[in-house]
Design a protein around this ligand. Structure first.
Ligand code: THU
Length: 134
C-alpha cells in the first residue's frame, strides 16, 4: 500500500464525518503491520467534549478488533470537505498513537487537495512523549 493509496482511503473515510458543529470533516486510514486498514472519521456531539477525532476512531476500531501493530496513519481534514491544508493530528491523538506505535518508525501521512503529501515520524510530531516507561 503506497502513501497515496492510504491517503485516498482517508479522504473516502471523511465522507462519513459527523461534524454538524464545526463543519470540519476529517478522515483517517490506519495501516496495520499485517496489511489491514481501519478507517475512521470525526464524530461530534451536542455536548462538545464527547467529540472524538478521526484518528482515535480508527485506532479504537483497530485495537478493539485485536490489532496491536501499526505501520502508518493517513489523515485528511478540512472545512466543508475541502482539504486545503495538511491537517495535523491533535495532541490527544498523538498521545494515543504513542501508546501503540514506535516513535522511531510509525509514520503520519498528511495530504491536501493540491496533491501534496507529507510524511512525518511520530517522534517528530510528539517528542518527549509520556509513556509506560515513565
Ligand atoms: N479533529 C479530528 O478529527 N482530528 C484531529 O486531529 C483534529 C481535529 C476533529 C475534531 C472536531 O470534530 C473537528 O475536527 C474540529 O476540531
Amino acid at each position: 500500500m503506497t502513501d497515496r493509496e492510504l491517503y485516498a482511503l482517508a479522504v473516502k473515510a471523511a465522507e462519513k464525518s459527523y461534524s454538524p458543529y464545526s463543519g470540519f470533516t476529517v478522515g483517517a486510514a490506519l495501516l496495520c503491520e499485517n496489511g489491514k486498514v481501519y478507517c475512521g472519521c470525526n464524530i461530534e456531539n451536542a455536548a462538545y467534549s464527547p467529540t472524538v477525532c478521526a484518528e482515535r476512531t480508527a485506532f479504537f476500531k483497530a485495537v478493539s478488533e485485536g490489532e496491536r501493530s501499526f505501520r502508518a496513519i493517513a489523515v485528511a481534514g478540512g472545512k466543508g470537505g475541502k482539504f486545503s491544508n495538511l491537517c495535523a493530528p491533535c495532541g490527544v491523538c498523538r498521545q494515543v498513537m504513542s501508546e501503540f506505535c514506535s516513535a522511531e518508525t510509525f509514520r503520519i501521512i498528511l495530504g491536501k487537495d493540491s496533491g501534496e503529501i507529507g510524511s512525518f515520524l511520530l517522534k517528530e510530531l510528539l517528542p518527549g512523549a509520556f509513556s509506560l516507561s515513565d
